[in-house]
Design a protein around this ligand. Structure first.
Ligand code: ZN
Ligand code: ZN
Length: 109
């Protein structure tokens, strides 16, 4: 196990049926309701990845899991997107220590 997969196992413990991609029934993905062929665009964010916990800024894509019957929305980084979709492991991955987090200097939104 790598640091990457260990981190994911820790963060997603108890998250059932985890899957990446937009969900037609998710209100966070489609606040105005899902229309046919709608897709959720990935967007740049400094928010920590909900899967591996990486705090590197980058594109975040939607992902979902089930808490019992309830669909839960979260956002994952490109490394996790590839990992959860294809099982691909990133060539380089590390978590940035919080004290050097570049977004610390940015105003909170
Ligand atoms: Zn969603
Ligand atoms: Zn990630």
């Amino acid at each position: 196990m790598s640091d990457f997969t260990e981190s994911i196992a820790r963060n997603l413990e108890g998250c059932e049926a985890f899957s990446v991609g937009g969900s037609p029934t998710c209100k966070k993905c489609f606040p105005d309701g899902y229309q046919e062929d709608d897709e959720v665009e990935s967007s740049f964010s400094w928010q920590a990845c909900d899967s591996c916990g990486s705090t590197f800024g980058g594109d975040r894509s939607p992902a979902h899991w089930l808490d019992g019957e309830a669909l839960q929305h979260c956002e994952v980084c490109v490394d996790c997107l590839a990992y959860h979709a294809n099982g691909d492991l990133p060539e380089t991955w590390r978590m940035m220590p919080a004290d050097v987090h570049p977004s610390a200097a940015l105003p909170r939104q």
